[in-house]
Design a protein around this ligand. Structure first.
Ligand code: NAD
Length: 485
């Protein structure tokens, strides 16, 4: 059998053009980085209507949500990056041990080269553009590929990127064949956002060229509600975080573990807030998104058979509508607890204690399903600390959902099966930079201590010299000793 992939010249040519552009050094100066980001920002504002229309056409994303979670989110990330870029680009001076004086040492963030960005469909704008913003800020060339599952938005994004008019910043449109061809090229970093099955394909392809990867994946993110939580606020914030984008959010609360004494109150409150957000008939609400395609619709429809429907449960295949749904009496081995739900279906499981909730999450993590996000709801700091210390996750919110992703001062990334590496703000700049170590020596002195011929006297001197560390280390050691006393 012939396994050769038919070459798609457009893909290879675009990568080659980006590499050639990088090789000219044009992308390295701060001025290019700023101008490119500003151009992207202008285009986002100029094309706001087209982008919002495309998002609505792809999966009925309400314009308010599309602006806040996609366009506004990206523009504010560009603004944050522009405000901090000079600081991030400054070499970072570090101490030099006495033995290596006179000299100085510093770390310089250098662009890695050509970065490949592969994005999914669920937040198709920000998940393509934010990694690009970080890669451009770090002085790299970029080749980006939006998801074919949000085709209207993908076409708008490719057109927007083309309008930047720079071969160093380019986009490839297409599906599996184009991505396969893209992954056959050599990149200097690949950032992939999507599911963990394809992440394995990406990592295998990257291994061929020893290319580093950032993998932004998903998983089942739990919310834990204590008997000491503000139950109304917990229900409102969990309902918002779950049903925004119809649950098609990587960090959506996937399921809730609620302490038994407040279970019924919590489930009732979820019903109240679903009605408050979307009315008595959410199908008629302009604020509720649809499922992206038929396979996902049918997958989700089957999950409604787990447990008992407490709220929602209505579906409409013609419009790919699944009502905001809450399931109770769910068992840990029901299908809805098998894989990441990625839709508007929320199982609520009653637990006897917070310890039991932590054990439940850790059992899943031990099986490889480490959560991307974890949400803890309690009025007691001690309880929230117990949950945070007891179970790991990529990120976390205390008494809230989703919002940790919106703070550009926090890294965004997973752990274990939910991903590797992180970006957003300075963390994105660092992800696409090589941190080059530079030690600069003075030529005023050049003692012969380390040069052959090696003598006993030299060895004695060098042993003493090497133990005379950087003065900063000595201070740190002294501070540590004081603290121990
Ligand atoms: P998707 O189907 O749009 O796929 C993502 C990308 O992978 C697309 O660009 C697609 O072209 C490419 N792709 C698909 N099959 C491929 C193959 N065989 N070879 C090479 N490339 C291929 O999106 P998805 O994977 O369904 O996205 C949903 C998943 O992504 C969920 O698990 C969700 O939790 C996760 N996600 C994570 C984040 C995050 O930031 N951590 C954000 C959004 C979504």
């Amino acid at each position: 059998m012939d396994y050769t992939v038919t070459p798609l010249p457009d893909v290879a040519a675009k990568v080659a053009a980006a590499r050639a552009a990088f090789a000219t050094g044009a992308t390295k100066p701060a001025a290019w980085r700023r101008a490119t980001l500003q151009r992207m920002r202008e285009l986002l504002e100029e094309r706001e209507e087209q982008l919002l229309d495309a998002l609505a056409a792809d999966f009925g994303k309400p314009r308010f949500e599309a602006w806040t979670t996609e366009l506004g989110f990206t523009v504010s990330d560009i603004d944050h990056t522009l405000a901090h870029l000079s600081g991030w680009m400054k070499p970072d001076k570090v101490g030099t041990p006495l033995a290596f004086q006179p000299g100085s040492s510093y770390i310089v963030a250098e662009p890695v080269g050509v970065v490949c960005v592969i994005a999914p469909w669920n937040y198709p704008v920000q998940l393509l553009l934010l990694p690009m913003v970080a890669a451009i800020a770090a002085g790299n060339a970029v080749v980006a590929k939006p998801s074919e599952l949000a085709p209207h938005t993908a076409a708008e994004l490719v057109s927007l990127i083309d309008a930047i008019g720079d071969p160093a910043v380019t986009a490839v449109q297409g599906g599996v064949a184009e991505t396969t061809e893209l992954l056959a090229q050599r990149f200097d970093h690949i950032i992939y956002t999507g599911n963990s099955r394809v992440a394995r394909i990406v990592m295998r392809a990257a291994a061929e060229h020893l290319t580093p990867v950032t993998l932004e994946l998903g998983g089942k993110s739990p919310a834990i509600v204590s008997r000491h939580a503000n139950v109304e606020i917990a229900a409102r914030r969990i309902a918002w975080g779950k049903f925004i984008n119809a649950g098609q959010t990587c960090i959506a609360p996937d399921y809730v573990l609620v302490e038994q004494p407040v279970h019924d109150q919590f489930v009732a409150a979820l019903g109240t807030y679903i009605a408050e957000f979307y009315g008595d008939d959410p199908q008629a609400s302009p604020d509720f998104t649809r499922i992206v395609n038929e396979p996902h619709f049918h997958r989700l429809e089957k999950l409604l058979q787990s447990g008992t429907v407490a709220h929602g449960g209505v579906t409409d295949a013609d419009t790919r509508y699944i009502a905001p749904t809450v399931l109770t009496d769910v068992k840990s081995d029901d299908p809805v607890m098998g894989e990441e739900i990625f839709g508007p279906v929320l199982p609520v499981l009653s637990v006897p204690s917070l310890e039991a909730a932590i054990a439940f999450v850790n059992e899943r993590s031990a099986d490889g399903d480490t959560p991307l996000a974890l949400y803890t709801f309690s009025e007691s700091d001690t309880e929230n600390d117990l949950v945070l210390a007891g179970a790991t996750s990529g990120g976390a919110c205390v008494n809230g959902t989703l919002l940790h992703i919106s703070n550009p001062n926090l890294p965004f990334g997973g752990v274990g099966e939910s991903g590797m590496g992180a970006y957003h703000g300075k963390f994105g700049f660092d992800a696409f930079s090589h941190h080059r170590a530079v030690h600069s020596r003075s030529t005023k002195l050049d003692p012969s201590m380390m040069y052959p011929p090696y003598t006993a006297k030299k060895q004695k001197l060098i042993r003493r010299g090497m133990s005379m560390a950087d003065p900063r280390d000595l201070f740190a050691k002294a501070r540590g000793a004081l603290r121990r006393d």
